[in-house]
Design a protein around this ligand. Structure first.
Ligand code: F6R
Length: 607
């Protein structure tokens, strides 16, 4: 979390930094700040709140003018959101921006205080600025190398030295950082969308590599001052991908992009009508060997894993454990050689998922990453890799990334089932063909968005609500509930419908909304019985079910119908769409900042 940027070139630096930060605001929005070489002097402007607050402040305090500098948008960890805790932070001759956490900052701070240094903020970052200043002997690279040897934790740092005007230095460990290369200008950024307006060419900085950006040349060194030649990458996203394109919010745009995202993700992985993941390092022989599978992830990505478990166990009959990464990594899991551990992550940088993957590798398991962000840490370190091709997901609440994660789980489950001899080639071909029809189904469902708007208007005054379902519908209830609570701020829980009467049903009172997902034929009657139980106790029920089912008054108050022709197995890809839209419109109607919900950030690079 936190976004950092830097610029050296011929343009107005303040404009570039503010624009680039606006593309990274999803990484945190507790405060924003920039530092610019203005007449060869470092000047800083920073403010609690969003970028807009910083822009307002600069209208009063004066705009910084220059052609090089660094910027930051914050998700607070050490020190409350405030002007003084905002980045950039400075020593006497050094000013920095930081994404990450310095775990040993307390010991370093104690040492610096003993040495007579004074601190203004409560942040771990100011310790790094002061330490750089303490060690600085006129050689920036040697100083950065010396200081980073003392740091424990994660960091991507943008650094400027007062006596090196128009030069930006950068280094990373664990936290992501790219170096953008334009014509007579260069950039640093936490993520590619920040620089797309200016260039598509960039280097991925590896751990402990130091970048030195000046207007005419950009060089990368290791900690021993050796110059490194790196491969220049080209982003395959264009600017439109990081713009709202006429939609009111990124979240709505991303919901509507789902049909295309699925097509771009699955089409290259279907050969002659069958799933083919060989290009990702997954062969039929390998698949046949796995006896046990773990899916490890966080949040929405973990929910995609829950759908994956149902698919894999049903079709391939291989046992699957789905685990929250922050639990898995600390509970001494029983994983060993011969097991497959699948890590799902949109950002590819989630600290707990990355740590869980490293642990799995250490225990001898093979790892398969399903990742959206190209070149991210999880993508680079996994044994096998399936990229999802959703393009940049900007809204904090994940929608299209989840959709393509489950699309990949379908392909994987089909191929695994074929490899294990649990389905015939004909059946595999039939299932794969049905998967390719889902984008059109979703387009059809999206045409009914007004119905979800109406349902949302019935939810906005609720204090709390429940999502219920059985089997795959329960997996979808989990995701629907998370989506609603994270952006509407209405408390909600998901429950396996059959489990309600073991305690939770006592929460039901007159008018409490319950959203019931009932798409699975084999469980349908049982789910309807559970719905009747909550309805009889006063719940206001919204049912997401097949079009052809018309609920009586003792079952539901509102219905969202899904196309009848979708087979049960594929219903998750259909039913998640109204759940996403209901969450979206509830948030809009409550006047919330849909794309940037409070307290959250898109890329969770801290534990
Ligand atoms: C919720 C959401 C989060 C992420 C989670 C994992 O809408 O987006 O729950 O799914 O933080 O992030 P990634 O997928 O980047 O590892």
């Amino acid at each position: 979390m936190c976004g950092i940027v830097g610029y050296v070139g011929y343009r107005d630096c303040t404009e570039v930094l503010m624009d680039a930060l606006s593309k990274l605001e999803y990484r945190g929005y507790d405060s924003a700040g920039i530092a610019v070489f203005d007449n060869e002097e470092i000047k800083v402007a920073k403010s609690k709140g969003r970028l807009a607050d910083l822009a307002e402040k600069m209208k009063k305090t004066g705009r910084l003018s220059g052609h090089s500098g660094i910027g930051h948008t914050r998700w607070a960890t050490h020190g409350e959101p405030s002007d003084v805790n905002s980045h950039p932070h400075s020593g006497e001759r050094v000013t920095i921006v930081h994404n990450g956490i310095i775990e040993n900052y307390k010991a370093l701070k104690d040492f610096l205080v003993k040495e007579g240094r004074c601190f203004k903020s409560d942040t771990d970052t100011e310790v790094v600025a002061q330490l750089l200043d303490y060690y600085y002997d006129g050689d920036p690279i040697a100083t950065i190398a010396a200081v980073t040897k003392e740091l424990e934790g994660s960091y991507a740092l943008g650094i400027i030295f007062a006596d090196f005007p128009d030069t930006v230095f950068a280094i990373r460990r664990e936290s992501p950082l790219i170096v953008g290369i334009g014509e007579k200008e260069s950039f640093i950024a936490s993520d590619v969308p920040a620089i797309l307006k200016y260039t598509k060419n960039y280097y991925l900085l590896e751990h402990d590599e130091i970048a030195v950006l000046s207007r005419y040349s950009t060089s990368i060194y290791d900690l021993h001052y050796n110059k490194i030649n790196k491969e220049l990458k080209t982003a395959d996203w264009d600017m439109d991908a990081a713009e709202k394109g006429g939609y009111e919010h990124f979240m709505l745009k991303e919901i509507f992009e789902q049909p295309t995202s699925i097509k771009t993700t699955i089409t290259p992985r279907i050969v002659d009508g069958l799933p083919n993941l060989e290009e990702c390092g997954i062969t039929m022989e390998k698949l046949n060997g796995y006896k046990q599978i773990f899916v490890v992830a966080c949040g929405t990505a973990m929910h995609a894993g829950v759908v994956g478990r149902y698919l894999i166990e049903k079709l391939a009959r291989v046992p699957v454990n789905v685990e929250i990464a922050s639990e898995f990594r600390y509970r001494d899991p029983i994983v060993s050689e011969g097991d497959l551990v699948i890590i799902i992550s949109q950002s590819g940088e989630t600290a707990d998922s990355l740590a869980a993957m490293r642990l799995a590798k250490k225990l001898g398991a093979e790892t398969l990453a399903i990742v959206n962000a190209k070149g991210s840490s999880i993508a680079r370190e996994a044994d096998m890799l399936i990229y999802t091709h959703a393009g940049p997901e900007i809204a904090v609440a994940s929608t299209k990334a989840y959709m393509v994660q489950i699309a990949v789980m379908y392909l994987f489950a089909f191929e695994l089932a074929l490899a294990k001899g649990k389905i015939t080639e004909d059946e595999c071909r039939r299932l794969t063909s049905l998967l390719t029809q889902i984008p059109d189904t979703i387009t059809k469902i999206l045409e009914n968005k007004a119905e979800t708007q109406f349902i949302a208007s019935e939810l906005i005054t609720a204090d709390s609500l429940l999502y219920i379902g059985r089997g795959l519908d329960y997996a979808l209830s989990m995701e629907g509930s998370l989506k609603l609570k994270e952006i509407s701020y209405i408390h909600s829980e998901s429950y396996a419908a059959g489990e309600l009467k073991h305690g939770t049903i006592s929460l039901i009172s007159e008018g409490m909304p319950v959203i019931a997902v009932a798409t699975q034929s084999d469980l349908f009657d049982k789910t309807i019985s559970n719905i009747k139980e909550v309805k009889a106790r006063g719940a206001k029920v919204v049912i997401v079910c097949r079009d052809s089912y018309n609920p009586d008054k003792d079952v539901a108050d509102y219905k969202f119908g899904l196309p009848d022709e979708v087979e049960d197995l594929f219903m998750p890809m259909a039913s998640v769409v109204p759940l996403q839209l209901i969450a979206y419109y509830t948030s809009v109607l409550r006047g919330n900042d849909v794309d940037k919900p409070r307290n959250l950030a898109k890329s969770v690079t801290v534990e």
